[in-house]
Design a binder for this molecule. Structure first.
Ligand code: HEC
Length: 218
């Protein structure tokens, strides 16, 4: 009597079953052994870190949509640490004077402000330095901003600042060239003049930072 399945067919059938079994095991293994998939809040590797800039007065939140740690001035540089939906996780290395511990600066030499903390404990102390004879504390600040409040570079923001400057600060006298004063000198010059304009706080902060970025070095 002949067998209903020829030996050759049995061999091919066995091979197909083997391949199917191997594929099923291969598909299932990562699911059963891989643990939870990476959460979207996970920090990006250092190699992908980039710098972005705030384009307006921007709240830095403790978590996406959470309580406010600080209000950042426009044109503040942020190190991108991660992303979740419409939010970016950002880190900032800043300075403050212990006389006014909620005001944080990008650069103590030129007095370029980064923003105002909701409370002194919103930033973590990270050492101290002496600049122009005064003691400064280095601080680290980290939190979340809305992605749409940032830009990859300052070019559009600076051209907005320079036309706002010409409009608002050129009505009574020719606008002074940014390089006429140092960054520090612009702080007091600017403060004396802002009340004579109708600039909003955010616009004034932006113009001052533009003046400081283009100021005389000494
Ligand atoms: C309403 C008119 C008016 C507007 C607007 C105005 N200024 Fe003036 N600015 C003056 C007058 C007047 C002086 C002369 C000194 C004084 O009165 O304080 C002056 C002086 C200055 C000086 C001092 C120059 C020096 O040699 O010390 C600077 C710098 C200056 N303005 C910058 C600005 C900036 C920046 C803005 C925009 C935020 C601005 N001004 C807007 C009227 C104005």
């Amino acid at each position: 009597m002949r067998s209903p399945i020829r030996p050759g067919a049995a061999l091919i059938g066995g091979m197909i079953l083997g391949i199917v079994f191997a594929l099923v095991v291969w598909k299932l293994t990562p699911l059963s052994l891989g643990g939870p998939s990476p959460s979207p809040t996970s920090t990006m590797p250092a190699a992908t870190q980039t710098t972005v800039y705030t384009v307006q007065a921007t709240p830095l939140a403790a978590s996406p949509g959470g309580s406010t740690l600080a209000t950042l001035t426009p044109a503040t540089a942020l190190q991108v640490l991660g992303a979740q939906g419409a939010s970016l996780q950002a880190g900032l290395d800043l300075y403050r004077s212990l006389d006014s511990p909620t005001i944080v600066y990008q650069d103590p030499a030129t007095l370029v402000r980064a923003g105002v903390l909701a409370s002194p404990s919103a930033a973590q102390p990270a050492g101290s330095v002496t600049v122009a004879g005064s003691p400064w504390q280095r601080v680290h600040l980290a939190g979340w901003v809305t992605r749409s409040a940032t830009a990859p570079d300052l070019s559009a923001l600076w051209s907005q600042a320079s036309s706002l400057y010409a409009q608002s600060c050129g009505t009574c006298h020719t606008p002074h060239d940014p390089s006429e004063f140092t960054g520090r000198q612009w702080v007091s010059q600017f403060r004396a003049m802002v009340p004579r304009t109708s600039l909003t706080q955010g616009q004034a902060d932006l113009i001052l930072k533009w003046l400081q970025a283009h100021a005389a070095k000494q």
